[in-house]
Design a protein around this ligand. Structure first.
Ligand code: NA7
Length: 544
C-alpha cells in the first residue's frame, strides 16, 4: 500500500476507490473494481463479511425472498456449486454463502474489518476524498462508494430507564455472536415487524415466559418454509437464467407471479379461492394475488380482511386474537413472513401486551412497567427496527463541495439522482441509496444492478479522461419528484412505514424508495447509454 505522507502524525494511504461496507453489495463492488484494475479497499465495522446477515444473528432470522433468488447472479459457477438447503434460507446459511463467495473470489485481503468510517471530506483542489476511520489514519481516494445498507442503523427507542435495566438488553440487529441464554427466563420482545415476528416464536420455545409488546398489530403470512429436495435443487439450478429473467421483469425483482386481475374484478368465491391458494403456498407472493393490491385501498382491504380471518382462526384465545388484528393497509408496511407467529400465542408461556391499551411507561432495574403494572424480566429484546435507508449514511460525517455536510443537505429528506449520485458530492456513489428501490426490491439484485452501473461509470470516466462526476441539482430535484410521483400512483405513502421515515421520531416524512425495479433499471441504463445526462462531467484538462 502506498503511504503518501504524514498528516497530523497519521499515515495517509492512497486508493482509487474506498468502499464502505462488506455486505452483499460491497463485496460485489470489490470484485468489479478489481476487474477494472482499480486499487480498492473495503472498510467494514463488523469483524467479518455479511452486512445484514452478519449483524442480524437472532434466532429465527431468515430471508423472506426465496434462497435461490436471494443470491448473486454474477458468477454462474457459484450459482451451480452452492446448494441451498431450504426454500427460505436462515441467517447462518446466508452468512456461510457470503463467506464462501468472499473466499472463492479472494476478497478478504482487501477488506479492513472492525473499522468504522467516521468521516469523509471532498477536497476540491485535488478532486479526491479524504476518508477517516475509527482506526486512525486517513484513506485518500478518487471515488467513494457507500454500500452501507438501508437497514443497518438500529433504531433504539427512547424508553425511560432502559439503561438501568439489570438484565440483558439486546437489539435484534446487534445480536451477540454468543447468543443470549433465555432458557427458563422471563423475556420481553418489543416490536412486531419482521424481526419481532421471527425472533419471538423461537425465543418462546425456550423462555420461561415471553411477553410480546405490540404497538401496532402487523400483517404476517406463513412462509411455508421447508427443506429443498435434491431434485428441486437440480431443477432450480437448471432453470436459473429463466428464474432471473422473470425476476428482472417484476417490480420487486422477485420471480413470483403477480395476478393479472384486480381483486374486485372477480367474484367473492374466486377471490377467496385465490387468496387461499396464495396462503397455502406461503410467502410474499400473497400480496401479488391481484394486480391492484398496492394501488387501490378497497382491493387492499380484501387481502387485509382475509388475513384477519386467518388470525382469528389460528389464535385460540379470542381476546388475544382480537388484539392481534391489524387495522391498517396490508403490505404498505413491509409484509411480514413468519414461521408460526400467530400459533405462538397458543402457548401457555406467551402473553401479548397490547401497548395501545397498556402503554409502556418505563423500564426499571427489574423489568417493565406497562399500564401501571410491573412485569419482572430477565431480558429485553428490542425488535424496534432501523433508521432505514438514510441512517447509516448520516452516521458518517460526510462533507462535499464547499464543506457542505450531507446531514444539512438531507435535513428535509434525502435527495439523490437515481439513488446513486448526490449534487455537491462529486465522485461519491451510493449503492441501494434513497431514490433507488432500496427495501422494496430484492436487495441482492438491486445491489448487483447498482454496482454494475457504478463500475461501468468509473470505466467510462477513465476512458474519457473525466476527473469528476457529480449529479446536477436540477436532475436531482426531478428525480426526487419522480420517485414521489411514482409512489403516489400507489397506496404505499398512506402507511406509517420506514419507507417514509415514520418509524423514527423527528425524521422527515418523505417517501424514499423507488417503487418499480424494472422501470428504475431501464432509466439507469438509459442514462449510462446516453453519456450520463443529469451528471456534470469535468474532464482532466478542464479541472482548475
Ligand atoms: P420494523 O419493521 O420497523 O418494526 C419495528 C417494530 O418495533 C414495529 O412493530 C414498531 O411499532 C415497534 N416499535 C418501534 N419503536 C417502538 C417503541 N418505542 N415502543 C414499542 N414498539 C416500538 O423493523 P424490523 O426490524 O422488524 O424489520 C425491518 C425490515 O427488515 C423489514 O421490513 C424487512 O424488510 C427486513 P410500530 O409499527 O412503529 O407501531
Amino acid at each position: 500500500m502506498v503511504v503518501q505522507g504524514k498528516q497530523g502524525g497519521e499515515a495517509t494511504e492512497a486508493f482509487d476507490v474506498v468502499v464502505v461496507g462488506a455486505g452483499f453489495a460491497g463485496l460485489y463492488m470489490l470484485c468489479r473494481l478489481r476487474k477494472l484494475g482499480l486499487k480498492a479497499v473495503v472498510i467494514e465495522a463488523g469483524d467479518g463479511v455479511g452486512g445484514t446477515w452478519y449483524w442480524n444473528r437472532y434466532p429465527g432470522a431468515r430471508c423472506d425472498v426465496p434462497s435461490f433468488e436471494y443470491s448473486y447472479s454474477f458468477d454462474p459457477e457459484i450459482e451451480q456449486e452452492w446448494n441451498w438447503t431450504e426454500r427460505y434460507a436462515a441467517q447462518p446459511e446466508i452468512l456461510a454463502y457470503i463467506e464462501h463467495v468472499a473466499e472463492r473470489h479472494d476478497l478478504l485481503r482487501d477488506i479492513r474489518f472492525s473499522t468504522r468510517v467516521t468521516a469523509a471530506a471532498y477536497d476540491e483542489p485535488t478532486g479526491r476524498w479524504m476518508v477517516e476511520t475509527s482506526m486512525g489514519g486517513r484513506l485518500d481516494c478518487r471515488h467513494l462508494v457507500l454500500a452501507v445498507g438501508p437497514l443497518s442503523s438500529p433504531a433504539i427507542p427512547k424508553i425511560e430507564g432502559l439503561n438501568e435495566f439489570a438484565g440483558d438488553v439486546v437489539h435484534t440487529g446487534r445480536w451477540p455472536k454468543e447468543g443470549i441464554d433465555v432458557r427458563g427466563r422471563r423475556v420481553a420482545v418489543i416490536g412486531t415487524g419482521s424481526s419481532g415476528i421471527q425472533v419471538a416464536p423461537e425465543l418462546a420455545k425456550q423462555a420461561g415466559r415471553l411477553y410480546l409488546l405490540q404497538r401496532t398489530p402487523a400483517y404476517s403470512v406463513p412462509s411455508r418454509n421447508r427443506p429443498l429436495t435434491e431434485a428441486e435443487v437440480a431443477d432450480l439450478k437448471a432453470r436459473y437464467p429463466a428464474i432471473r429473467a422473470r425476476a428482472q421483469a417484476n417490480r420487486s425483482a422477485i420471480s413470483f407471479e403477480v395476478g393479472e386481475q384486480g381483486a374486485l374484478e372477480v367474484d367473492e368465491a374466486t377471490r377467496r379461492a385465490i387468496y387461499e391458494q396464495r396462503w397455502r403456498d406461503g410467502g410474499l407472493a400473497f400480496a401479488g394475488a391481484f394486480s391492484d393490491i398496492f394501488e387501490d385501498v378497497e382491493a387492499n382491504g380484501t387481502a387485509g380482511a382475509f388475513v384477519r380471518e386467518k388470525i382469528l382462526e389460528t389464535v385460540r384465545d379470542p381476546e388475544t386474537g382480537r388484539k392481534l388484528l391489524p387495522d391498517t393497509l396490508i403490505g404498505c408496511k413491509r409484509l411480514c413472513v413468519d414461521n408460526g407467529y400467530f400459533e405462538m400465542f397458543n402457548r401457555d408461556n406467551v402473553e401479548l401486551v397490547d401497548l395501545r391499551e397498556r402503554p409502556l411507561e418505563r423500564v426499571t432495574t427489574n423489568g417493565l412497567v406497562v399500564g401501571g403494572e410491573d412485569i419482572p424480566l430477565d431480558a429485553i429484546v428490542l425488535a424496534t427496527g432501523f433508521d432505514a435507508i438514510t441512517g447509516a449514511h448520516l452516521r458518517i460525517d460526510i462533507r462535499g463541495r464547499g464543506g457542505q455536510n450531507l446531514k444539512d443537505k438531507w435535513r428535509d429528506g434525502p435527495k439523490t439522482y437515481l439513488g446513486i449520485g448526490i449534487a455537491g458530492f462529486p465522485n461519491m456513489f451510493l449503492v441501494s441509496g434513497p431514490g433507488s428501490p432500496a427495501g422494496l426490491a430484492n436487495m441482492v439484485t438491486l445491489g448487483e444492478q447498482n454496482v454494475d452501473w457504478i463500475a461501468h461509470c468509473m470505466a467510462t470516466l477513465d476512458t474519457r479522461g473525466i476527473r469528476e462526476i457529480e449529479a446536477e441539482p436540477q436532475a436531482e430535484d426531478e428525480w426526487v419528484a419522480h420517485v414521489n410521483a411514482v409512489a403516489d400512483t400507489s397506496i404505499y405513502p398512506l402507511a406509517n412505514s420506514w419507507y417514509i421515515g415514520a418509524n423514527v421520531p423527528g425524521k422527515p416524512r418523505v417517501f424514499m424508495p423507488y417503487l418499480d425495479y424494472p422501470a428504475y433499471k431501464a432509466r439507469c441504463q438509459q442514462v449510462a447509454d446516453s453519456g450520463f445526462p443529469g451528471f456534470r462531467l469535468v474532464a482532466d484538462h478542464q479541472a482548475a
